[in-house]
Design a protein around this ligand. Structure first.
Ligand code: TRP
Length: 362
């Protein structure tokens, strides 16, 4: 069976370090591994509209931001199809049929939807489109017969929902769809990188993000004002690692090579943590180290972005070409789905003959 990747991002803002370690970095590695037959990476604008219906310009303006972030991180249109969800109308059609296979109770139980409803304070005024977006996400995945979906841990309930839809569809209409597997980061910190303020998640509305496109001085300033251990006042005080954002980021980004290059007094993160816990290691030294590590990772991304920004029409063209390929692929699956559901009337000569026979016999 061929190995196919599908994943995507909502275009609600520029991408940040949470996106990068949670999924984007991995995607680029998977793309370059050569192990996949097809790769589809989607800008989920239709999904973003499910909770931004009154603000379409926000979505429209952020499509290019997401595309620039992708390309500057190393997604390569020669290897990955980069496309825009809303322009592949087959995805919407698939969702309409999948809706018959999912109960309201099942959607209400989806933990991601539950917490998002709370976060958005929708309360009793939940848009139907938002409530059903897990179904639309199942369409995104199955339309490309994706076997592998690289995502952060928060998306696991979406994958479970998609797998259930596939099983239900195949059992009702016959083997048609492919059950996808999630691929979550091996390093669990990467699944939920906290904001610079130590709050649960990086989020634009909390203003606690480091963006991939932030200039060098902005990254430095954000790192230097990061949340650490509020009880670690004097350098000599013993410090706490748990919930200390600077260390959480080091967990996600620092390697032994980073120590060799920027902080050779320590061999690895365990040694650094040990010193901090014992006392005698100041926050500023750790922050300076983290800043060096992040700048090294972000500098080439920032430089590629500057180049890409010079030719914006070329970036839209990449999305356009990727969308044409994605549309063909989704149309093929939709045709198979409709045939399995027996709603392919005009393609089915047997049906028409049989209906005639029925009348001839009367
Ligand atoms: N829900 C994903 C997010 O918020 C975006 C997305 C839409 C997606 N469709 C998808 C991810 C299909 C993986 C597969 O980031």
């Amino acid at each position: 069976m061929s190995k196919i990747i599908l994943t995507g991002d909502r275009p609600t803002g520029k991408l940040h370090l949470g996106h990068y370690v949670g999924s984007l970095k991995r995607r680029v590695e998977l793309q370059n591994s050569g192990e996949y037959d097809k790769i589809f990476i989607m800008i989920a604008d239709a999904q973003a509209l499910t909770d931004n219906a009154d603000n379409p310009d926000k979505i429209r303006d952020n499509i290019i931001e997401v595309a620039l972030d992708w390309l500057s991180c190393g997604l390569d249109p020669a290897k990955s199809n980069l496309f825009i969800q809303s322009q592949v109308t087959e995805l919407t059609e698939l969702s309409f049929y999948y809706m018959n296979l999912v109960t309201v109770a099942r959607l209400e139980r989806n933990p991601t939807v539950k917490s998002e409803i709370q976060m958005r304070k929708f309360d009793k005024a939940i848009p139907v489109g938002f409530f059903t977006y897990p179904i639309s996400q199942a369409s995104d995945i199955t339309a490309f017969k994706a076997t592998t979906v690289p995502v952060g841990e928060d998306q696991l309930p979406m994958l479970e929902q998609a797998r259930e839809i596939v099983r239900k569809f195949n059992s009702v209409y016959g083997e048609t769809l492919v059950e996808p597997e999630a691929l979550v980061p091996e390093n669990s910190v990467c699944s939920r990188l906290p904001g610079t303020d130590g709050k649960a998640k990086m989020s634009k509305s909390l203003g606690n993000c480091i963006y991939l496109s932030d200039p060098e001085d902005v990254v430095q300033q954000k790192v230097f004002s990061m949340y650490t251990d509020p009880n670690h006042i004097k350098v000599t005080d013993p410090g706490t690692i748990e919930g200390n954002t600077v260390f959480t980021y080091l967990d996600a980004f620092a390697t032994e090579d980073s120590f060799a290059e920027f902080l050779p007094d320590y061999k690895n993160l365990d040694e650094l943590k040990e010193h901090y816990q014992r006392g005698g290691l100041g926050d500023m030294k750790v922050k300076r180290f983290l800043n060096s590590v992040l700048q090294k990772e972000l500098a080439p991304i920032r430089a590629r972005r500057k180049e890409l920004e010079k030719d914006i029409p070329a970036v839209y063209e990449i999305l356009h070409q990727g969308t044409i390929v994605a549309q063909k692929e989704a149309a093929q699956t939709l045709a198979e789905v409709k045939a399995a559901m027996r709603i392919n009337y005009f393609d089915d000569e047997e049906l028409i003959k049989a209906q005639q026979l029925k009348y001839n016999e009367q």
